[in-house]
Design a protein around this ligand. Structure first.
Ligand code: GTP
Ligand code: MG
Length: 335
């Protein structure tokens, strides 16, 4: 089902820059939220270190990758070496430790796909999820953060795409649509593909940062301050990029054969990855390669029903960007 449309863009597209930037600005978390997050992290560190002096706590996910909108929950990773303890026992013990202080609704969810302790801090109103030893998530959080430092358009585009996905109900992995992490990777890949490119491929450059986590070598160029002018030659505006993003996923992406890969800064073939058929629950109907766990397709949650929903949403959004008199309202209408 590949069909091309005329690649025309509306003549008044750049009238949409101001309203899109206003939406972006309205989603940025205020400074006091950061302060509260830091306070909560300090409290948790204090409680955890009493029991496990060697353990570390890291913030990951949207509160640390710079793609978090206002009022996001925080994702925390407890890094701990407890050779003799089952993960579920660590979680139960952690829940116990935290329960004893003035935190609310502390719950250990030991049977979840990613087992966590959930809690709410009444002092700050912040909810948080704590997982154990998920250090790859800490490293991919840094990669996303580093990409965001290179060109301001990445953060703007990703905020708008995440806001669209949440408004349209297509940011729910348990319903077969994509995670926020997947959408941000789609945005990075899209900006790597512009000509001239707006983002480089950090993993193809000389590595200045390198760690080995769970037997995966994570290495890339992280001196991103030196890349502040990288995207300059490309003058595309945020409105053009939002339109281009939806247009790409509606009418240009080859769903049957292609995998998008931030790691290589290019499109690679499903055949090359052996992602051409269903294996277990992984259907590979939309393929987004994880930058470090390269056997991991972030589109694996998408099934026969939800791929249809997703593609219809991309087409709806592309058509709104093309024809609607007021895209900044229509695009985000609740489904
Ligand atoms: P919101 O909470 O929706 O604002 O976004 P988020 O950036 O926190 O994203 P999400 O909840 O999707 O994921 C949180 C973090 O978990 C991501 O930033 C990644 O670091 C990590 N993560 C999520 N899904 C995966 C996955 O399938 N594989 C890996 N390796 N990491 C993941
Ligand atoms: Mg999150």
């Amino acid at each position: 089902r590949m069909y091309k449309r005329q690649t025309i863009c509306r003549r008044d597209i750049d009238n949409l820059n101001v309203p899109f930037l206003a939406i972006y600005e309205s989603l940025i978390p205020p400074e006091e939220e950061k302060v509260k997050q830091t306070q909560l992290l300090a409290l948790l560190k204090k409680l955890v270190s009493k029991e496990w002096p060697e353990a570390q706590l890291y913030i990951y996910g949207s509160c640390a990758n710079s793609f978090g909108v206002s009022k996001s929950d925080i994702d925390i990773c407890l890094a701990i070496e407890e050779a003799n303890m089952e993960k579920s026992d660590i979680l139960m013990k952690l829940a116990d430790i935290l329960q004893s202080d003035n935190l609310q609704n502390v719950q250990a969810l030991t049977r979840a796909r990613v087992p966590i302790v959930k809690l709410m801090d009444p002092a700050t109103g912040i909810s948080c999820d704590i997982c154990i030893n998920n250090l790859l998530a800490v490293v991919n959080t840094k990669l996303l953060w580093d990409y965001a430092q290179i060109d301001a358009r990445l953060r703007q585009l990703a905020f708008i795409i995440k806001h669209w996905a949440k408004s349209r109900g297509v940011n729910e992995t348990y319903h077969g649509t994509l995670s926020s992490y997947a959408y941000v990777l789609m945005c990075i890949h899209f900006l790597q593909q512009r000509r001239p490119a707006i983002l480089p491929c950090l993993q193809e450059m000389e590595s200045t940062y390198s760690v080995k986590v769970d037997n995966v070598n994570c290495a890339y160029f992280d001196k991103v301050r030196t890349l502040a002018d990288f995207g300059r030659p490309n003058k595309e505006t945020i409105a053009q990029l939002v339109w281009g993003f939806f247009y790409y996923w509606a009418y240009c992406h080859d769903y049957a054969n292609s995998v998008i890969s931030v790691r290589t800064g290019s499109i690679i073939s499903k055949r090359e990855k052996d992602w051409t058929r269903r294996v277990g629950n992984d259907r590979h109907l939309i393929c987004i390669e994880d930058p470090f766990e390269i056997s991991h397709d972030l589109g694996r949650v998408v099934d026969k029903r939800s791929i249809k929903v997703l593609r219809e949403e991309f087409e709806r959004a592309a058509d709104i960007m093309q024809y609607d008199p007021n895209p900044c309202v229509k695009l985000f209408e609740p489904y």
